[in-house]
Design a protein around this ligand. Structure first.
Ligand SMILES: [Zn+2]
Length: 165
């Protein structure tokens, strides 16, 4: 993705208070991030790991989401799939992230959920920089196709969150 400045990131949040956006801890200094290898910027808050943030370019603007992570319920399922990069993980490595919807709807408590890689490093899984512990379904799609698929899913999710703005 095209690099963002810290100010752009902090100004991008659509579903949390200005105070939260101003006070949140960024994953690194923005000039140290490898933007060219990222499809979106996402990280767990190092000081409150149930909190996470996702920032992406979406239809000409920068959109940031504040997310809350919940561990998937214990069930007979032993694995789960990330809803963006489609990596299959053991249950500890996938988490359900919920985003308050934009505007009044979110203030009223309406959220949307998405299963994602628990460490939010979808871009690294896609590019083979991180290997999941779980065997993956055999896929013949290219990196470009996987990136395009991720972007489509990401933009669909962002559009749903923003619909109530
Ligand atoms: Zn993922």
């Amino acid at each position: 993705m095209e690099p963002l400045t810290e100010a752009e990131i902090r100004a991008s949040f659509v579903n949390c208070s200005k105070g939260e956006a101003k006070g949140l801890t960024l994953p690194a200094r923005t000039e140290e991030l490898r933007w060219s290898e990222l499809d979106f910027l996402a990280w767990r808050d190092p000081r409150a790991t149930q909190r996470a943030y996702l920032v992406a370019r979406h239809e000409g603007e920068v959109v940031g989401l504040s997310l809350r992570a919940t561990e998937p319920p214990k069930s007979r399922l032993r694995s789960g799939m990330c809803g963006l990069c489609m990596t299959t993980h053991g249950l500890v490595d996938v988490a359900l992230f919920s985003a308050r919807r934009a505007g009044k709807s979110g203030k009223d408590g309406n959220t949307l959920g998405l299963y994602l890689c628990a460490n939010l490093r979808c871009s690294d899984y896609l590019r083979g920089k991180l290997k999941p512990d779980t065997p993956q379904a055999n896929e013949t799609v290219t990196l470009d196709e996987r990136v395009a698929r991720l972007e489509e899913k990401l933009h669909r999710f962002l559009a749903q969150v923003l619909e109530t703005r």
